[in-house]
Design a protein around this ligand. Structure first.
Ligand SMILES: Nc1ncnc2c1ncn2[C@@H]1O[C@H](COP(=O)(O)OP(=O)(O)OP(=O)(O)O)[C@@H](O)[C@H]1O
Ligand SMILES: [Mg+2]
Length: 595
C-alpha cells in the first residue's frame, strides 16, 4: 500500500471522535510549534539591538513573516494524510473544533490559536465561505478564558519626573536597558523630562512630582529602533493622560541613545502605522498587550493593533468581525472609490467604513501590459518589504461574501463586467474570490483640488519626501502621478498603486539626451532608444499636475528628485549595503545631544 492508501484505510477504521482527537492534537502541536518559533525570533530582537545588527533585524522580520504559512502548509499535509477520504466530513470537523477549543482555552494566546484553526479549515474547505460550526467565526470566548490574565503595565511613581523616566529607561525587567549600556543617559533624561512637562496642558504651573508613568513592560523593536511605550498621568484634579513613546537607538559602540520622545495619540499612531513593518515585541499574552495599546490609541481598530505586533492573520479575523458588525449596523451601499479609475484595479468602498476593496480586473486598459500574476507579485513584494511609512498595507482576502443589496447597481454591473473572473453572484450574495483590502485615504489629486494653499504646499512637500523615503528603502514607485498617492488622516502622503513598483537598484536612471538636430527636437516620440527599466527624472515635472504654489514648493524643496544624480547616489549607497532607515517620527521630536 502506498502512503495515501495506508492513510485512507487507517482513517476509515477510526471512530469519528478518535479521528477528531488525533487531528485536534496535530493542530494543537502545530500551533505550539508556530508560537515557539515566533517567540524565539521575537526574543532575538533584543540581542540584535544590543549588537546593533540591523541586517539581522531585517532578516528576522522576514523570517517571521513566512513562519505561519510554512507551519500551516505542513499541518495541512498532515491532516490530509490523517483523514484520507474523510477530509471533508463536516461532522468530524465539528468535533475537531470542539476538542481544539478546549486546548486553546489553556493558552494565553487563545485568540491567535482560534485564527490558526480557521486558517486550517479555510485551506481544506477553500471556497465555501465562513461557517461557525467548523470555524471560529466568532471567538468561543467573550473574555480571556484563562485565569492567568496578565497585566503588561508597570508603574513608576513617587519621584521627580526625570527620575521616573530614568527608572523606566533602565528597567531591564520591563524592556529597558541597564544604565551602563547608555550613552549620555543623564542628558537625555533631563531633555526628555523637559519635553514631557512642556506637553502637559498648564505646564510649569503644576508640581511635576504628581506625575506617574504607566509603561507597557516590554520594548517594541523594528529596524534599528527600540521603543518604550506608555503614558504619563498627572494625578490629582485633572488626571490628564499623555500617551508617549521613548525612541531608542543603538548605532555604535558608544551605547544606546534616546533619540526622540513622542507625544499624544497622533505621534503614537504614526509609530504604529499600517504603512510600516510589524514590531517584534514579547507577546506572550497578545490580548493584554493589544488592549493596553488601545488605551493609548483608542481610534485604532483591534485588527490594526494585532497586525502591528505581528499577528497579521489574526488581524484578518478581527477585521472580518468588525466589517460584518459594520455591515449589520449600517445601511449604505458599496460604490466605486473616488478618484481616477484604475487601469489595472477596480476599487470600491462602503462610505461608512474607512477601507477600500481592490480587485484585479480581467483585462487591463492600454498601455498596461502586465499580467494578474505580475500584479500579485508586486503586492507581495510590498508585503515583504520595509514599507518605510509610505506604502499602505494591503491585506489579501479570499472568498468574501457580501449581501447583493448592499451594492450600488452601477458598481455591481462594473464588477461583473470588468472582473467577472473574480466576482460571481450566488443567490443574494456577491462572492469575491480575491481582493486586497486596505485603508481608505484621500487620493492626492482630489486633495489638491479641495485643499487651501497652505495645506497644498504642506502636502506637496510631503509628497516629495514620500518619494525620497521610498527611495532610501530601495523602492521606486514606477508611477509618480498624484492619483497614485493619498493623504492619511494624520496628513501624511503615502503611496498605494503597486503594479509598476520595483526595486530602485533595478532601475536605470538616465540623463535626458540632448537633441542635436531640429527633427529630434520637435519629435513627439523619443528619438533615442528607451528600455523598460530606463527612468528619466528630468521628465518628472512634465507629469505633475499640482496647484501653482504647491508645485513651486515641491520643485524648490525637492529639486534633487528631478535630477538623475540624486537617484544614482541613493543606488550607490544601497549597493554598498548601507541600510538607510526612515524614522517613524517628525524631526522635531528628536532630542539633539551635543557629543
Ligand atoms: N487606499 C486607497 N484609498 C482611497 N482610494 C484608493 C485607494 N487605493 C486606490 N484608490 C482609488 O482607486 C483608484 C485606482 O487604484 P490604483 O491606483 O491602485 O489602481 P491601478 O489600476 O493600479 O491604477 P493605474 O491605472 O494608475 O495603474 C485610484 O486612482 C484611487 O482613486
Ligand atoms: Mg493608479
Amino acid at each position: 500500500m502506498n502512503r495515501a492508501e495506508t492513510a485512507s484505510s487507517a482513517a476509515a477504521a477510526l471512530t469519528d471522535s478518535r479521528l477528531a482527537a488525533l487531528c485536534a492534537e496535530a493542530a494543537q502541536h502545530a500551533f505550539a510549534n508556530y508560537q515557539g518559533r515566533f517567540d524565539e525570533i521575537t526574543r532575538r530582537a533584543r540581542e540584535r539591538f544590543l549588537a546593533h545588527d540591523l541586517k539581522g533585524s531585517y532578516a528576522d522580520s522576514a523570517e517571521r513573516l513566512h513562519l505561519y504559512g510554512h507551519v500551516l502548509a505542513n499541518l495541512t499535509t498532515q491532516i490530509t494524510d490523517l483523514m484520507g477520504p474523510r477530509l471533508r466530513e463536516r461532522n468530524v470537523w465539528t468535533a475537531i473544533k470542539a476538542v481544539y477549543s478546549s486546548f486553546v482555552a489553556q493558552s494565553r494566546a487563545w485568540e491567535i490559536g482560534e485564527s490558526f484553526f480557521n486558517s486550517l479549515t479555510r485551506r481544506v474547505f477553500a471556497t465555501e465561505g465562513v461557517d461557525q460550526a467548523i470555524e471560529f467565526v466568532d471567538s468561543d470566548f467573550d473574555a480571556p478564558p484563562t485565569s492567568s490574565r496578565l497585566d503588561v503595565r508597570r508603574i513608576y511613581s513617587g519621584a521627580a519626573l526625570a527620575e521616573l523616566i530614568s527608572a523606566a529607561l533602565t528597567d531591564s525587567e520591563a524592556g529597558g536597558f541597564a544604565a551602563e549600556r547608555w550613552n549620555e543617559l543623564g542628558v537625555s533624561v533631563r531633555l526628555a523630562a523637559e519635553r514631557v512637562e512642556a506637553e502637559f496642558p498648564g505646564a510649569g504651573q503644576r508640581d511635576s512630582s504628581k506625575v506617574r508613568l504607566e509603561m507597557i513592560n516590554r520594548a517594541f523593536y523594528r529596524g534599528g529602533g527600540a521603543y518604550l511605550v506608555g503614558r504619563a498621568i498627572r494625578d490629582g484634579g485633572d488626571g490628564v493622560r499623555l500617551p508617549l513613546a521613548f525612541c531608542l537607538r543603538h548605532e555604535d559602540e558608544r551605547g544606546i541613545t534616546l533619540d526622540a520622545v513622542l507625544f499624544g495619540e497622533a505621534d503614537l499612531s504614526i509609530l504604529f502605522s499600517y504603512t510600516r513593518a510589524y514590531f517584534r515585541v514579547n507577546a506572550d499574552c497578545p490580548h493584554a498587550l493589544v488592549h493596553s495599546l488601545r488605551q493609548l490609541m483608542p481610534l485604532k481598530r483591534l485588527a490594526d493593533l494585532y497586525n502591528e505586533i505581528g499577528f497579521n492573520r489574526h488581524a484578518k479575523t478581527e477585521f472580518y468581525r468588525d466589517f460584518v458588525a459594520q455591515l449589520n449596523a449600517s445601511s449604505d451601499r458599496f460604490k466605486t472609490a473616488e478618484g481616477t479609475p484604475g487601469m489595472v484595479m477596480l476599487v470600491f468602498t462602503l462610505p461608512s467604513y474607512d477601507v477600500v476593496f481592490k480587485m484585479i480586473k480581467d483585462r487591463f486598459d492600454l498601455p498596461k501590459d502586465t499580467t494578474p500574476n505580475e500584479v500579485m507579485r508586486r503586492y507581495k513584494l510590498v508585503f515583504e518589504h520595509d514599507r518605510a511609512g509610505r506604502l499602505v498595507e494591503a491585506h489579501e482576502f479570499e472568498h468574501l461574501r457580501i449581501p447583493r443589496n448592499r451594492f450600488e447597481p452601477a458598481l455591481l454591473e462594473d464588477l461583473l463586467r470588468a472582473a467577472g473572473k473574480t466576482v460571481r453572484l450566488e443567490g443574494d450574495a456577491v462572492v469575491i474570490a480575491h481582493a486586497y483590502v486596505e485603508r481608505r485615504i484621500r487620493p492626492l489629486n482630489i486633495f489638491f483640488a479641495e485643499a487651501d494653499a497652505t495645506q497644498s504646499v504642506a502636502a506637496a512637500r510631503d509628497y516629495g519626501q514620500a518619494i525620497k523615503d521610498l527611495a532610501v528603502s530601495n523602492i521606486f514607485p514606477g508611477d509618480v502621478l498624484t492619483k497614485n498617492f493619498g493623504v492619511t488622516r494624520r496628513g501624511r502622503v503615502v503611496f498605494y498603486d503597486y503594479d509598476e513598483l520595483c526595486f530602485l537598484t533595478d532601475c536605470n536612471f538616465r540623463d535626458l539626451p540632448q537633441a542635436t538636430t531640429y527633427e529630434e527636437e520637435i519629435s513627439a516620440e523619443p528619438w533615442f532608444s528607451v528600455r523598460a527599466n530606463d527612468v528619466f527624472p528630468e521628465e518628472f515635472p512634465n507629469f505633475l499636475s499640482l496647484p501653482g504654489s504647491a508645485r513651486a514648493a515641491l520643485l524648490e524643496q525637492h529639486a534633487d528628485l528631478f535630477h538623475p544624480d540624486f537617484w544614482r547616489s541613493v543606488q550607490r549607497k544601497l549597493r554598498e549595503g548601507k541600510i538607510l532607515e526612515v524614522f517613524p517620527y517628525r524631526p522635531e521630536r528628536r532630542l539633539v545631544i551635543a557629543n
